[in-house]
Write a protein that binds this ligand. Structure first.
Ligand code: AMP
Ligand code: GLY
Length: 424
């Protein structure tokens, strides 16, 4: 099978690495990929949001399947683009239809869906510029801190959590006045939930589903979860507080009603579904849906997925996923992300990375790298996700940290407390 993978981050390197282990994979193309994916397949310089260019690559290389890494092409409708094009309609796309992708593309849509199907989530109301006064009144009815979410995609920056009512009102007005452009024309205001966060992933063929290993990610730049939000600074799997009892609640109260709700709505959903959850005193609630895998959760999850990923994708495409084997490895996995100095603010690109050859017992998934003149250079805020497995989480973390010390580039930074909060 020839597969075209869309995307360029650590998630895509990890997906490519896992697909490469399948005997069913003959050729892999990655658009646009990075210096890491180049060792597993052929990088093609195509923007995943340029569907005409994706079409051209898919046809030129006679690919048999397209796997979509990031959310943006899905929200823009890459699945529907393929399904409605005579030349492409026989090439399955692993990812939801445009309607299904609204679970991530519109927070208001996701909240209405959860309300309709009785899926536990924070109490909320949505507002537009014309209902600002109602928004103020709703904020007054809530206790601090306040959670304000831009309805549309805002590059992971669309959630604000102010502490005071006056700040919340000011930010609501600013958001509705274009703080995130069209993405914040509608704003979801919701009650703040306190508890521990967990990422749960499912792969669905539209009827049945497989739950993948769960993970926890670390979003803030600073140790102890301080400072600004990032794309993600590390991940661990399994998550010690995700007990069988909690996971059973997640399955029956959240995963099944979500897959069932999509079916009831007639929404075609053949791809990954990511449940961003909070466990409040052992009761799971949905914070958000994403219609793709998480990054850097994928880097840990793929290390613990005891399955042939290409076989699973084939099951998704053919609608017989239930017949395919999917187990979770008993090993623990950890991923530590090395970023560029200054990230998530402004940072330098193009620094030479050295020491990758000294990385042992650890996989250096590339997040933001490029290759030039035989050198590997930094090309993004998140540069490498150093990922390991071991019989226990402390051992997996030790290996990942050892590797994080061994790679070098100007401005390297990583958090030294990944996984600490979940260890006894
Ligand atoms: P998101 O961009 O949707 O992933 O949200 C960013 C972060 O905001 C989440 O990972 C949570 O830490 C936090 N968050 C979102 N919604 C809530 C909520 N209702 N209560 C508490 N924290 C929240
Ligand atoms: N790690 C969270 C995300 O991928 O959105």
């Amino acid at each position: 099978m020839k597969i075209l993978l869309l995307g360029s981050g650590g998630r895509e390197h990890a997906l490519a690495w896992k697909m490469r282990q399948s005997k069913a994979l003959s050729q892999l193309f990655i658009a646009p990929g990075n210096a890491g994916t180049a060792s597993l397949g052929v990088n093609v310089a195509v923007d995943p949001n340029d569907f005409a260019a994706v079409k051209e690559v898919a046809l030129r290389h006679s690919v048999n399947m397209v796997v979509v890494g990031p959310e943006e092409p899905l929200v823009r409708g890459v699945f529907d683009y393929f399904a409605s094009d005579d030349a492409l309609k026989n090439i399955p796309v692993i990812g939801p239809s445009k309607k299904g992708a609204m679970l991530e593309g519109s927070k208001d849509f996701a909240k209405q869906f959860m309300a309709k199907y009785g899926i536990p989530t924070a109490r909320y109301k949505s507002f537009t510029r014309s209902s600002l006064a109602d928004g103020f009144a709703f904020l007054e009815s809530l206790a601090p801190p306040y959670v304000l979410k831009a309805d549309g995609l805002a590059a992971g920056k669309g959630v604000l959590i102010p502490d005071s009512l006056s700040e919340a009102k000011r930010l609501l007005e600013e958001m509705l006045s274009g703080m995130f452009g069209a993405a914040s024309q509608t704003v979801v205001v919701e009650e703040f939930l306190s508890g521990v966060e967990l990422s749960v992933f499912a792969l669905s063929d539209g009827k049945s589903y497989k739950i993948l290993p769960e993970a926890k990610d670390y979003k803030r730049i600073g140790e102890g979860d301080t400072g600004p939000n990032t794309g993600g600074m590390g991940s661990v799997s399994p998550v010690p507080f995700a007990t069988p009892e909690l996971m059973e609640k997640v399955r029956t109260r959240i995963v099944e009603p979500t897959i069932g709700g999509l079916q009831a709505e007639g929404v075609c959903y053949k791809g990954f579904l990511f449940f961003g959850l909070i466990s409040a005193g052992g009761e799971p609630l949905v914070i958000e849906y994403n219609v793709r895998m998480g990054d850097p959760e994928t880097e840990s999850v793929m290390l613990r997925l005891d399955a042939d990923l290409v076989d699973l994708f084939d099951g998704v495409a053919k609608g017989n996923l239930a017949e395919r084997a999917c187990r979770h490895s008993p090993q623990a996995a950890a991923s530590v992300v090395c970023v560029s100095g200054g990230y998530p603010g402004s940072y330098k690109k193009g620094a030479a990375i050295s020491g990758l050859e000294n990385v042992r017992e650890c996989i250096a998934f590339h997040a933001g790298t490029s290759a030039a003149d035989g050198k590997i250079l930094t090309a993004g805020g998140r540069v490498l996700a150093l990922s390991s497995t071991a019989p226990t989480l402390p051992l997996a973390l030790a290996k990942a940290y050892d590797a994080a010390e061994k790679v070098e580039y100007e401005g390297k930074y990583f958090r030294r407390d990944i996984g600490k909060d979940v260890l006894p």
